[in-house]
Ligand binder design. Structure first.
Ligand SMILES: Cc1cc2nc3c(=O)[nH]c(=O)nc-3n(C[C@H](O)[C@H](O)[C@H](O)COP(=O)(O)OP(=O)(O)OC[C@H]3O[C@@H](n4cnc5c(N)ncnc54)[C@H](O)[C@@H]3O)c2cc1C
Length: 562
């Protein structure tokens, strides 16, 4: 079945009937899930856009010639800003109109422009259009049904579900049972018990009560089942390193499956607000944008994406390594890539386990900061991440207590610039030489007890939230007894495997030395933050994900007869 009036729109506006018809035909052939229409003038385009907006269908992309018989494309793009702010815009211009094009770009009215004549026009235009459409789809992802979440702000599962949906770029409506009469009426209508479970309602009538992330991912079609008995490459971890390796390997024709315990992007989605140093993205992009673009690319290349599944063990066997998942599933790969990155160091203090996600949080996202309006909060940590979190929270919270283990801010590992901002901030009080001794609360966090590291004196602070940012540790426990790790738990690879035989659970078993990024188990590789000696940056993780595919290819060649 072809696209219908409900599919998002691509509109091509040009007075040149030959070019217009040709491009409309090519766009229809390449962008099957979009409805492609043509318009010959500004007025005609305005009518089409008004009609589509009224029907509720999305407007994904408008491509317009600069000069139209009854006006300029900039007028059309100006109208679009209010009618469909997310719609992507491409301007087709000529050299003598280049000044107008540049002005439009400066005023952020167009995303890209193409100078005509460009031969063949479709070959030049289609990659730009596809790129912008992927970008649009990652933000305005059409999921088959609307999603409503009904719960309590401080219920742990409500937090986990909202956080997962947000990072998965799924739009949802949130109803807080704590203080919203409409939410309470909905709970009565649904006959929910007291206390009510976190309830996820879908517009098609389905409802999930206190679902796990796996159940939610299945219901939303965000994960798939592995279908092959054996893959050329099993990637564990769908962060920047894992996604980059999956794309590169699938591009080389390998069969690839990615196992990810959460949503795509790893730390990039949860902590990084905007990446300014990714080449090719002049205005930067968010971690979530990056992740969803990379995932769309991977899936287009045939990568299987098994998310919301946790790898808990690795059993190396000659020619086919087995990765076990919690729940008992086993996946088999000729090669395995460990790309499980790093996660927050956990806080070990009385009360923390019971109140995690019910007021005690690891890391601090912008969404969490916005929820603390007028409240008292505590931040624990002394690095740049803790300092930035404290400053962000201070934009919303009534008071922010920053607990720093070092005896002064100058000794803390945060930048001097951040330390100055913190010291000068009227709503942040810094408590150096302290640590969290205990957290208290019934069902949700109410108080944080800070104790002095030197004398043990305790001070109690009322707090709705405690944000713990005590640094990151490698997520390598699941392979601890299988591959060689350094003293801090990072995975040894390449020459480091040969250099540190005393750290290997099993001696290196091949006549040749380990390949680049190969671990102490032949055929098992590691890339990204989890790898010993790696640079802990997104760009570095992406590069390593790409580079290790060369070594994986060499290994597969070596074992092609297995
Ligand atoms: C606060 C903070 C700010 C940062 N800011 C920047 C910045 O501005 N610019 C920059 O370049 N870098 C920044 N970084 C660093 C950057 O985010 C990391 O270097 C990068 O994300 C590493 O990518 P990765 O793929 O190796 O690992 P990760 O991003 O950690 O991804 C690993 C993935 O594996 C999954 N996983 C873990 N264990 C399992 C398992 N057992 N089974 C299945 N899946 C599993 C995780 O859920 C995760 O999705 C920042 C990091 C932090 C903490």
């Amino acid at each position: 079945m072809g696209p219908t009036a409900h599919n998002p729109l691509i509109l091509l506006v040009s007075a040149d009937a030959v070019d217009r018809d040709d491009l409309v035909g090519q766009l229809r052939a390449h962008c099957g899930e979009y409805r492609v229409m043509g318009a010959a003038s500004l007025n005609e385009a305005t009518d089409v856009l008004a009609h589509v907006a009224a029907s509720g269908a999305g407007i994904a992309l408008v491509i317009s010639a600069h000069q139209l018989p009854d006006g300029a494309a900039t007028e059309l793009f100006g109208q679009l800003k209010s009618a469909a702010p997310g719609a992507r815009r491409i301007l087709l211009t000529t050299l003598d109109q280049a000044d107008a094009a540049l002005q439009a770009i400066t005023q952020a009215q167009v995303d890209r422009y193409l100078v005509l004549p460009a031969y063949p026009l479709a070959d030049r235009l289609l990659p730009i259009a596809e790129d912008l459409l992927e970008d649009w789809a990652s933000q305005y992802r059409a999921i088959p049904v609307g999603v409503t979440v009904l719960g309590h702000r401080f219920a742990a599962n409500s937090h986990v579900i909202k956080d997962y949906l947000t990072r998965s770029l799924i739009q949802f409506t949130w109803f807080d049972l704590s203080d919203d009469p409409e939410a309470q009426a909905m709970a009565r209508e649904l006959n929910l018990p007291t206390p009510a479970p976190t309830t996820v309602l879908f517009d098609d009538g389905r409802a999930l009560f206190d679902p796990s992330i796996t159940e939610l991912a299945v219901a939303l079609g965000l994960t798939e089942e592995a279908t092959l008995d054996r893959y050329d490459l099993l990637v564990v971890g769908g962060g920047p390193a894992g996604l980059s390796a999956a794309v590169n390997a699938a591009g080389e024709g390998l069969t690839v499956c990615v196992i990810e315990d959460d949503c795509p992007g790893g730390q990039a989605t949860s902590v990084v607000t905007r990446l300014e140093d990714q080449s090719g993205f002049p205005t930067g992009l968010t971690g979530a944008d990056f992740a969803h673009r990379a995932l769309a690319q991977a899936r287009r290349l045939g990568v299987q994406w098994c998310s919301a599944k946790v790898a808990d063990g690795l059993l190396p066997l000659r020619g086919s390594h087995r990765v076990t998942l919690t729940g008992g599933e086993v996946l088999v790969g000729k090669t395995v890539l460990i790309a499980t990155g790093m996660s927050w160091r956990t806080l070990d203090a009385p009360g923390v386990a019971e109140l995690t996600n019910a007021g005690v949080y690891y890391g601090a996202t912008a969404a969490e900061a916005e929820q603390t309006d007028g409240e008292d909060v505590v931040v624990l940590g002394s690095g740049d991440a803790a300092a930035k979190a404290a400053l962000k929270l201070a934009e919303h919270a009534r008071s922010v207590v920053l607990s720093v283990p070092q005896s002064s801010l100058r000794q803390a590992p945060m930048s001097a610039e951040l330390a100055d901002l913190i010291s000068a901030h009227g709503r942040i009080s810094v408590h150096c030489g302290t640590e969290v001794g205990e957290v208290r609360g019934y069902g949700r966090l109410e108080k944080v007890v800070l104790i002095e590291r030197s004398g043990g004196a305790a001070q109690v602070f009322p707090a709705s939230s405690l944000f713990v940012l005590l640094g990151m540790v490698p997520s390598s426990d699941w392979v601890r007894d299988v591959v060689g790790l350094d003293e801090l738990g990072f995975v040894l690879t390449g020459v480091e495997v040969s250099r540190r035989p005393e750290l290997l659970p099993q001696a290196w078993a091949m006549d040749r030395p380990p390949l680049q990024m190969e671990t102490s188990v032949p055929g098992v590789f590691a890339a990204g933050d989890v790898r010993a000696g790696s640079i802990k940056r997104i760009g570095a993780a992406i590069t390593q994900g790409g580079v290790c595919v060369t070594a994986i290819g060499l290994y597969l060649q070596e074992h092609s007869l297995d």
